[in-house]
Design a protein around this ligand. Structure first.
Ligand SMILES: [Zn+2]
Length: 419
């Protein structure tokens, strides 16, 4: 069998299986083979590559080996996730990725919702002077006094304020996306690639009007995307279920999906998509084929479940180390578990460690956000690195590991298929 190659998946519903340890492929493929989601089997953000000291090539090769071992012959994609710079694009293009996720969040103005009128006008004025909206256009001339018929039940229009807020919030981010898209094209001559844009890691939810603005500007610039990840309403914390108002989420998802259908069509992408069991049936029903879901850290937690069952002393060392790292490692995440929760932790007072660490929110988040330290710096009392000890154990108990992953992701995909 020749080396399997990732391809573009287009407008077919898809599911991203991030694998930080590089040993989850077998389990992922068992689940992926049973459901109608096209799998993305190599997926790692630049941040994760740094935190796990892996290269884009390594991630790709590990996926290819798992695919060969499983004799999987279906289509699959490879996601170069959260790319921010031209260097990120070069690196991942060279490694053969097909799906490029552009993350322009550093160019998003998070305070746009709170700025006063004069500041908004000033910023739009300087954007226009830099020709952000084209040489002879103003934001008003492009988008004011128009009705956008999105669906039978949804018509949107901008007033000056909502238009300027959208422009201030996303104008420069979209310009950066345009540049990144060109770099992706230049770095992949003669290859089919697809582009996702993600603004999920920003402070405030993306409103329907802001989404429409984003889509209109991408269209005007001729940037074609296969999926877009808005920042949805509610909390999408790592490794735990959705938190927030379900009805609000459903209403806004309905509008986002209608905009994606009308303005693309493109898929809506759900980042931090692991373990959001409560909303999966809603998401599956509303999005249909126009859906992509990304997961990553939840596979690491299933690996730790194997360790907890098979080598409790190792698990205890990792848990203790993670608790020590938590106050620092939590920095880039939005979490419910607090420093005090972690400082108070004592294994003597926990009767069911597996339930606490791998089924309950606090324990899951503690282990989830410290993966980078565990996999790069962490060592056992005997000097062996945690990474080596983990891999040794998972190799020894590969059947159990595969079984846990298959069950865990079947639960994800089954609920997503329910709607
Ligand atoms: Zn993301």
């Amino acid at each position: 069998m020749s080396i399997p190659k990732p391809i573009i998946l287009g407008l077919k519903k898809s599911f991203g299986f991030g694998d930080r340890l590089g040993v989850a492929g077998a389990g992922h493929l068992v689940a992926a083979s049973k459901y109608a989601f096209a799998p993305i089997l190599a997926q790692q953000s630049i941040r994760e590559l740094n935190r796990t000291q892996r290269t884009a090539e390594e991630v790709m090769e590990v996926a290819q080996t798992a695919i060969q071992d499983a004799r999987y012959t279906g289509n699959w994609g490879a996601d170069a996730d959260h790319l921010k710079t031209s260097n990120d694009v070069e690196l991942t293009s060279r490694a053969g990725y097909t799906f490029f996720t552009i993350d322009p969040s550093e160019h998003v103005r998070n305070d746009a919702d709170k700025l006063g009128e004069s500041t908004l006008r000033q910023e739009i004025h300087s954007q226009e002077k830099e020709n952000l909206y084209g040489k002879n256009n103003t934001l008003d001339s492009l988008y004011l006094d128009r009705n956008y018929h999105i669906s039978d039940t949804l018509t949107l229009s901008f007033d000056t304020e909502s238009l300027y807020r959208a422009g201030v919030k996303y104008g420069r981010a979209i310009a950066h996306v345009d540049k990144m898209a060109r770099w992706i094209g230049e770095n992949n001559p003669g290859r089919l690639t697809e582009i996702e844009v993600s603004v999920d890691e920003t402070d405030t939810p993306t409103s329907s009007l802001e989404h429409l603005f984003f889509a209109l500007e991408l269209q005007r610039r001729g940037v074609k995307v296969v999926s877009l990840a808005p920042r949805f309403t509610g909390d999408f914390e790592k490794g735990v279920d959705f938190k927030g108002n379900l009805q609000l989420f459903e209403e806004s998802l309905n509008e986002h999906a209608a905009i994606a259908k009308k303005m693309g069509p493109y898929k809506l992408s759900l980042h931090s998509g692991s373990d959001k069991f409560t909303i999966y049936p809603i998401v599956g029903r509303i999005c249909g084929e126009l859906l992509h879901v990304k997961t990553a850290g939840t596979s690491y937690l299933e690996a730790l479940r194997v360790i907890l069952r098979e080598d409790l002393p190792l698990f205890n060392e990792i848990a203790r180390y993670s608790a020590g790292r938590f106050p620092v490692d939590r920095a880039t995440y939005k979490l419910s578990v607090t420093d005090e929760d972690v400082a108070r932790l004592s294994h003597k007072n926990i009767d069911d460690l597996e339930d606490f660490y791998l089924n309950q929110d606090k324990g899951r988040q503690l282990l989830h956000v410290t993966f980078g330290s565990v996999l790069t710096d962490g060592k056992r009392a005997n000097g062996q690195t945690f990474k080596e000890a983990l891999l040794e154990n998972l190799e020894k108990h590969s059947q159990l590991h595969k079984q846990f992953l298959a069950a865990h992701f079947s639960k994800h995909l089954q609920l997503l298929s329910k709607g």
